[in-house]
Design a binder for this molecule. Structure first.
Ligand SMILES: *[C@@H]1O[C@H](CO)[C@@H](O)[C@H](O)[C@H]1NC(C)=O
Ligand SMILES: *[C@@H]1O[C@H](CO)[C@@H](O)[C@H](O)[C@H]1NC(C)=O
Ligand SMILES: *[C@@H]1O[C@H](CO)[C@@H](O)[C@H](O)[C@H]1NC(C)=O
Ligand SMILES: *[C@@H]1O[C@H](CO)[C@@H](O)[C@H](O)[C@H]1NC(C)=O
Length: 930
């Protein structure tokens, strides 16, 4: 009876525990699905269907990714990588209410379903031509008009080319309901450029009118300050002189030029001018910014009678501001946006229609798109802005709705950082690991006593809230104590530094500007130590950032240029050693004790090894045979602990692993041959060579080495054997000897030298196996755990399916029996029969159903719990997760109910209390009866 009660309760507890894994998908992992920084001229709100009022945000980003974003929450509705089809600067247009957006990139023009992102049609023009302007007409459906270099206006859904103005620089097309205007720049005889306008009949495509405007005094360079309106109620060309002193306007179709003076406010020069038009009202707004001031001029026009006049000017604002416009209810609305406020105006009157205070916003605004809704007497407005960090944010009525960290799409280097004393605890645990049992125990008791002293009182204070929160799901903060709450410090190509919190779904904690200059910042390496992240830049400068607050603590000036940075681990902290392009360490005066080796690769493909005790001359050099080019060299990860030095076989004998800490794996290609060299880092001797023929070296080749094994993948076509062509993954394991229980030549030698050895360097016994895999692997990495007991996973990025898989190591065991079933001893070892084709099990996909685009680096970091490791992948998208390759054996899952456990214990106690006397009475009665 007692037993039954117990097993019943236990059963319910056990069932719960099994549900842990499925439950944590999308909880412990995070994904920033990015587009790249949106460009001003290819970003807009658009309604995909005229029946529903809801609009989406569309953008063709700097990275040529076209995507739709839901303005409510900032999530991606769909995205497409346009570089897969064409390259070049992009254009993007849409016609209101039509379910299509049309993109032009290079010589391709494509239409995409606006609501689902499906490709509707695509047209490729001559490859060496590129589309310079693209316009759509509403009256002809989503008909397309494009100007193509050289000198061709393309028409309609059945493209027809109309040759115009041969010697001119094509600039823009503009469309009205009756005509198409082709605007080009014609070099004037003496200097400057004239504007040439060709008018074509929209139906027939015939030239009906042609004129040139004398703009050569203003337009001195072909990089002009011209604006051509399109699909606007007032179709015009506006241009300014180089100093922004005068504005000239020509209404398309007439030859007359209207001249306006740009007002000179306090002698400051105008820095930028933006012109907003409307498709339904013949008004336009010219927006000026100087270094410290901004204002706008509103113009009204009438095309029929050919007049343009300045209606009014907005009061000058004593700060820079950005502008955005929107046409709604037959009104041209425009917003003046500063860091703290947004003011709404219309083109009909000077008064402010509404003002909103902006909260929770940071950064200098670069450009924005606006949407205005009239609500009774008031207005509601939202705008999506790109600020100087490159991030994209939506602000609705002054409140920040969402922020997309698009700057992360430029991430080039990342490093893990411990916070909240995690580093100190890891250090203490490390210390205990290296002591004998007794002193480790004493140390531990002391540590706990101190922790109790420090933490008991705050813990007791927090207890009531904690007890309450344990009823609900645990939050991220609780996880930090296991080392799960690490931060990732990321540096981007454009000079930003960000910190992401891996315990809070990869939330961006801060994003600071570290350097000027778009796309040129050569951040090379990051080291994070004691709450300070140091970013090493290729020009020799460094930036130090406080990891908690994101404050820049220190910047050092550029010194000597270098090409990469190596870190040599030392007792205190890793020592940075800059490496020149020719592979030589720059600070050759550096002396690091302890016989450490540094292996470098020079630009001309030579491998060199340096003893850190003297960095003046290389200890050895490795030059691959003629024609071969080294494409990749890699070593074991810095943190690569080995839990067991041997592999126990089914018959209890042991195969000893070949464990050389100084080992390098070098891949070299020549023609269609891939050669892998396994080198000893101290002596430079080749330990093992593997050669693969029929390799397509234009396809990705990835390789990784860890513990006593290495893996690589490539596209191979081995026609002389029965193997089919395709992607392959090869795994090789290194053992001391092919014979179990044998330690090879060195036997029980206590010490030996790789360099000065009479018996020569023992070579490993290598067992290899190849698998066919379904698709290319572009990068590989290995999971790292604290002590290396947990099964390792081979992490691979799959560029074709935008995924990351973690292949458990035992699946790849090269000792899997070939062409026969495993014997019972092999089954005991966990070996399954070898199958040449290795399909990727759906459970191996770390990203689940999400698409992770453009990943080119995966970093793994151990936590304080042996079972778990943190993963961070970046390159374009950012993805992170926590893995437990051998199940979370030392961790209670999120679904574990402490309350239920307590209730079980209470129920058991009650059961015992009630049943105990009953049973005793029954036994006494039985004895009396007997
Ligand atoms: C503006 O006026 C100042 C004098 O007040 C003059 O020095 C300056 O050149 C003018 N700037 C422009 C852009 O006209
Ligand atoms: C970093 O910033 C935090 C919070 O502002 C501060 O408490 C800490 O002392 C700073 N650390 C360093 C190394 O400057
Ligand atoms: C091994 O190390 C010991 C102590 O360092 C040394 O005396 C001995 O000669 C070494 N043995 C060999 C084979 O080098
Ligand atoms: C887009 O496609 C191109 C060409 O296939 C590729 O090089 C690039 O990495 C892709 N971009 C992303 C973000 O995946």
């Amino acid at each position: 009876m007692r037993l039954q009660v117990a097993s019943l309760f236990l059963a319910s507890v056990v069932r719960l525990a099994c549900a842990v894994i499925a439950d944590e998908a999308y909880q412990i992992d995070y994904h920033h699905a990015l587009l790249g920084t949106p460009q001003a001229h290819t970003t807009f709100f658009h309604r995909p269907s005229s029946s529903s009022g809801a609009s989406l945000l569309y953008s063709l980003s700097e990275k040529s990714i076209l995507g739709a974003v839901n303005p409510k929450d900032g999530s991606i509705v769909w995205r497409q990588n346009l570089t897969e089809y064409s390259a070049g600067a992009g254009l993007l247009r849409a016609v209101d209410g039509e379910d299509a957006v049309i993109s032009a990139l290079g010589s391709d023009v494509s239409a995409w379903g606006a609501s689902d992102g499906k490709l509707l049609w695509t047209k490729r023009f001559n490859d060496d031509a590129s589309v310079t302007s693209l316009e759509l007409t509403k009256s002809h459906g989503a008909d397309l008009q494009a100007v193509r270099d050289p000198h061709c206006v393309i028409w309609g859904s059945n493209p027809r080319c109309e040759k115009v103005g041969r010697d001119n620089l094509p600039f823009r097309v503009s469309i009205t309901s009756t005509a198409v205007y082709y605007v080009s720049l014609q070099p004037a005889s003496r200097k400057g450029y004239k504007i040439s306008v060709v008018e074509l009949d929209i139906q027939l495509g015939r030239v009906t009118n042609q004129y040139t405007l004398h703009s050569e005094n203003e337009l001195a360079s072909p990089n002009p300050t011209i604006f051509v309106s399109s699909n606007a109620a007032s179709s015009f060309i506006a241009w300014l002189d180089q100093e922004f002193k005068i504005l000239k306007v020509n209404l398309l179709g007439s030859k007359s030029i209207h001249t306006f003076d740009v007002e000179n406010h306090s002698g400051e020069t105008v820095q930028d001018v933006k012109i907003h038009t409307s498709h339904s009202v013949p008004h336009f707004v010219v927006y000026y910014n100087t270094a410290t001031k901004s204002w706008a001029d509103v113009f009204h026009s009438n095309v029929k009678s050919g007049w343009v006049s300045k209606a009014f000017q907005l009061p000058v604002l004593d700060s820079k501001s950005a502008s955005a416009s929107n046409t709604a209810n037959n009104q041209l609305y425009f917003a003046r946006i500063t860091r703290s406020t947004v003011d709404l105006f219309s083109s009909t009157a000077e008064n402010i229609l509404g003002t909103w205070k902006i909260k929770g916003n940071s950064g200098e605004l670069e450009h924005a798109v606006l949407e205005v809704v009239a609500r009774g007497s008031g207005f509601a407005l939202r705008f999506a802005q790109v600020d100087d960090s490159g991030d994209w944010a939506l602000i609705r009525n002054g409140e920040l709705e969402w922020r997309r960290p698009e700057s992360l799409s430029d991430a080039i280097v990342a490093a893990w950082a411990e916070v909240n004393g995690g580093e100190a605890l890891a250090h203490e645990l490390e210390f205990e690991g290296h002591q004998d049992a007794l002193s480790a125990y004493i140390h531990r008791v002391k540590r706990h006593a101190k922790a109790l002293q420090d933490n008991l009182f705050p813990w007791l204070q927090e207890l009531p809230t904690k007890a309450l929160s344990s009823f609900s799901a645990s939050d991220g903060t609780e996880l930090t104590q296991f080392g799960f709450g690490k931060l990732v410090v990321v540096a981007t190509r454009k000079g930003r530094i960000l910190a992401l919190d891996s315990a809070r779904q990869g939330a961006v904690l801060w994003n600071v500007k570290a350097a000027e200059g778009a796309g040129t910042w050569g951040a090379n390496a990051i080291s994070a130590h004691q709450n300070v992240a140091t970013i090493f830049v290729k020009d020799g400068s460094t930036v130090k950032v406080n990891i908690t607050s994101g404050d820049i603590i220190e910047r050092s000036q550029p010194t000597e240029k270098y090409s990469s940075m190596a870190f040599i681990s030392d007792a205190a902290s890793p020592i940075p050693v800059p490496i020149d392009a020719d592979g030589t360490p720059l600070n050759s005066h550096l002396r690091i004790e302890g016989d450490k080796f540094l292996v470098t690769l020079s630009k001309d493909g030579k491998l060199m090894s340096w003893n850190t005790a003297s960095l003046e001359a290389p200890a050895w050099e490795f030059v691959p045979p003629k024609n071969q080019k080294i494409i990749h060299a890699t070593a074991r990860p810095t943190h690569d602990p080995v839990a067991s030095i041997g592999k126990v076989l089914g018959d209890r004998s042991v195969l000893y692993k070949y464990l050389n800490p100084n080992i390098a794996l070098v891949s070299a290609v020549a023609g269609s041959t891939l050669t892998l060299y396994l080198l000893d880092g101290t002596s430079g001797r080749i330990l093992h060579t593997a050669t693969q023929g029929g390799v397509d070296i234009t396809q990705p080749i990835a390789s990784v080495i860890s513990e006593n094994w290495f893996a690589y993948s490539f596209w191979g076509d081995v026609t002389d054997t029965s193997d089919a062509k395709g992607y392959r993954l090869v795994i090789s394991e290194l053992y001391e000897s092919p014979i179990p229980n044998d330690r090879g030549l060195l036997g029980n030698a206590a010490n030996y030298s790789n360099i000065h050895s009479s018996i020569g360097l023992p070579r490993p016994h290598v067992i290899s196996q190849a698998y066919m895999i379904p698709e290319a692997i572009s990068n590989m990495a290995v999971t790292e755990t604290r002590q290396g007991i947990t099964i390792r996973q081979l992490l691979c990025t799959l560029p074709d399916s935008n995924a990351i898989v973690g292949i458990p190591r035992f699946v790849l065991d090269p000792r899997r029996p070939v062409n026969r079933d495993p014997t019972s001893q092999e089954v005991e070892e966990g070996l399954a029969r070898y199958t040449p084709f290795l399909g990727f099990d759906p459970q191996w996909y770390l990203n689940h159903a999400r698409e992770v685009m453009g990943i080119n680096r995966i970093e793994s970091s151990p936590t304080l719990l042996e079972s778990s490791t943190l993963i961070f992948a970046y390159g374009f998208d950012v993805f992170g997760t926590r893995l437990a390759p051998s199940q979370p054996f030392d961790l209670l899952g999120k679904g574990f109910s402490r309350i239920q456990l307590l209730l079980t214990v209470v129920a058991l106690a009650v059961g015992v209390a009630i049943l105990g006397p009953m049973v005793r009475r029954k036994q006494v009665n039985l004895q009396w009866k007997a």
